[in-house]
Design a protein around this ligand. Structure first.
Ligand code: TYD
Length: 393
């Protein structure tokens, strides 16, 4: 049975940055979150139609961050050195940040957002601009044979029908092939109070526990879990076919134990989290209102999807946060979904008039602190809500 534990209110498409003439037609949905007490999976109660989120105007551009470029290069090298895959498939290849490290002659990309599919096509990779389904996996099998590595980053948690997605993987995996995917970790979200991981695209936030239950149904088994710092705390899950001889490593049981000890298998833990989220909203609003009364200029740094959730849930608009700076060309000049706060480039907006910046891209805190030493040394301050609402410099 699915039990609701969190209501984040009326929310827009988190990555659909808008021009002024699009404000009136904006789509909203109720962002509620449920826990399935059978599988232990945490999911959105109401899914948004995939075509509304993942299309030719998709804004998230993975290569905008140096941290992520290094992250994917290191992973590609490690996988090549340890598993020697020949046939490689990436689901959700975005701008090619990962697949670019593999041979185009033996690699295939799947990317439903056509603006990004075109980039990878131009890099000479065979690219299917389609959603990942069992039907597509059968077509790819026919055209390219089975795969030694199927990889996906921040993509499997977007797929609403996980049974179909895992069936599709099982169908295409070679005998000793591996399926590696990484997505935000439910445990880290719960520990850090980072409720902004919840938005339309994240149909599910995975625990190792839930994934293990879901994969098992399809003859797939987790053999390694890496805990990662990226995207606010993610898990990289290594999966094999149940019949494969690859040994199951200690990290799997360790993660399952850690999740159980934290209480991820009990509904009560989610009710406690929900209270923490409401407290976080009250504290953030109170801090922003105080700064406003003091006449401080407050902006936001990084128009991440996560900020869409926070600002819409808390009811923060341009009366509290003047604008948001972001380096992504396709976001600049547009407005944040829902709140319609303007997005400007850091060159135009991150100047000496700024007193305080809400750190929307809190998951890149180290990269940003290293970059913004001038701002910090002149007394500029940042705000975050993770793990609790605070100001820091
Ligand atoms: P990110 O956390 O990658 O994604 P999500 O949309 O999944 O929450 O988004 C970070 C945003 O912050 C992205 O739009 C790029 C922007 N950004 C900056 O503007 N400056 C920076 O220095 C960094 C690292 C990111």
């Amino acid at each position: 049975m699915k039990k609701e534990f969190l209501d984040l209110g009326r929310q827009p498409i988190a990555n659909k940055f808008l021009n002024k003439n699009e404000f009136n037609d904006e789509f909203f949905f109720d962002l509620k979150v449920v826990f399935d007490d059978k599988t232990k999976l945490v999911s959105l109660k109401n899914f948004v139609k995939p075509e509304m989120m993942f299309n030719e105007s998709y804004a998230y551009h993975a290569s905008m961050s140096e941290t992520m470029k290094i992250h994917f290069q290191d992973l590609a090298e490690n996988i090549q050195n340890e598993f020697f895959p020949t046939n490689v498939l990436e689901i959700g290849s975005n701008d090619g940040i990962f697949i670019r490290h593999f041979n185009p002659d033996t690699s295939v990309a799947v990317e439903p957002c056509e603006n990004f599919a075109d980039i990878v096509k131009d890099m000479e990779y065979k690219t299917y601009a389609k959603f990942w389904t069992k039907e597509l996996s059968s077509l790819i099998k026919q055209e390219h044979g089975t795969m030694d590595l199927i990889y996906a980053a921040n993509c499997i948690c977007h797929i609403q029908d996980l049974d179909d997605a895992f069936l599709a993987v099982k169908n295409l995996l070679s005998e000793d092939g591996i399926f590696v995917f990484e997505d935000p970790s439910l445990l880290r979200m719960m520990e850090r109070g980072s409720y902004d991981q919840l938005y339309d695209e994240h149909a599910h936030i995975f625990s190792v526990t839930a994934l293990s239950n879901l994969l098992d149904k399809h003859g797939l088994e987790i053999f390694r879990v890496d805990n990662l710092n990226v995207h606010g705390g993610s898990n990289r899950i290594y999966v094999k076919s149940i019949d494969s001889d690859i040994p199951v490593e200690m990290s799997v049981q360790m993660n399952l134990n850690e999740e159980k000890n934290f209480g991820l298998t009990r509904f009560k833990t989610y009710e406690i989290f929900s209270n923490r989220v409401q407290k976080s909203r009250d504290e953030l609003l109170s801090m922003l209102r105080t700064l406003k009364e003091e006449g401080k200029k407050v902006i936001a740094y990084g128009a991440a999807s996560k900020v869409t959730t926070v600002f819409n849930y808390c009811g923060i608009d341009d009366s509290l946060v003047e604008y948001i700076t972001d380096t992504t060309p396709s976001k600049i000049g547009k407005c944040q979904p829902g709140t319609h706060i303007p997005i400007v480039s850091p060159d135009d907006g991150f100047d000496e008039t700024v007193d305080v910046a809400y750190l929307g891209a809190w998951n890149f805190r180290t990269e940003i602190m290293n970059k913004e030493t001038d701002y910090l040394s002149r007394g500029g301050k940042f705000i975050t809500h993770v793990p609790q609402v605070m100001m820091f410099s």
